[in-house]
Design a protein around this ligand. Structure first.
Ligand code: AR6
Length: 172
């Protein structure tokens, strides 16, 4: 399992993978953080297409083309806003990872990169989010007939070390 889970440090829009995941909001019409970076890098056709999708519920995901990105596809998911921890936040975040992986499988995507969904503007506690991310993705991979390579893309080395520690502790 460990060889199918990687970490990367840097801008997710530069990664040459089949699909990158966007930490979007329910409008799917762009925003700040990684969402803003993805819309800027993909170009205006992405927003044009996103406007036709009717938004996305928290915990769900929708697929688009990657337009000007090196990635062929973008999977837009909407993480929960952290609000104390008793508003179903953990289940909703787990659902984001499940839905993204299911869309990847349905579309024959062999490599996918995730940002740290909900851990910026949406204030989800990092270590808890990372443990949910690793657990959900690994569970999916164990039950999938496809061999999908997953990259957890972090903006900084400190966040990447949290993923590395979590992967070690779940799979050593
Ligand atoms: N590449 C990789 N990671 C990035 C990049 C990048 N280019 N830019 C930011 N990050 P956030 P959220 C990291 O706030 O918490 C938007 O306005 C960042 O350091 O982007 O799910 C949407 O429209 C952090 O670790 O997403 C929503 O309204 C992580 O990405 C809202 O923010 C996620 O931070 C979603 O908030």
């Amino acid at each position: 399992m460990k060889d199918r889970l990687k970490t990367a440090i840097g801008d997710i829009t530069h990664l040459p993978v089949d699909a990158i995941v966007n930490a979007a909001n329910r409008t799917l019409c762009g925003g700040g953080g990684v969402d803003g970076a993805i819309h800027r890098a993909a170009g205006p056709e992405l927003l044009e297409h996103c406007r036709t999708l009717g938004g996305c519920n928290t915990g769900d995901a929708k697929l688009t083309q990657g337009y000007n990105l090196p990635a062929s596809f973008i999977i837009h998911t909407v993480g929960p806003v952290w609000d104390g921890g008793d508003k179903n936040e953990q289940e909703l975040l787990a659902s984001c990872y499940q839905r993204c992986m299911a869309l990847a499988e349905e579309n024959d995507i062999r490599s996918i990169a995730f940002p740290v969904i909900s851990c910026g503007a949406y204030r989800f506690p990092l270590e808890l989010a990372v443990s949910i991310a690793v657990e959900q993705v690994a569970q999916f991979l164990q039950n999938s007939p496809l061999s999908i390579q997953v990259t957890f893309c972090c903006f900084d080395a400190k966040t990447a070390s949290v993923y590395k520690k979590e992967i070690e502790s779940q799979f050593s």
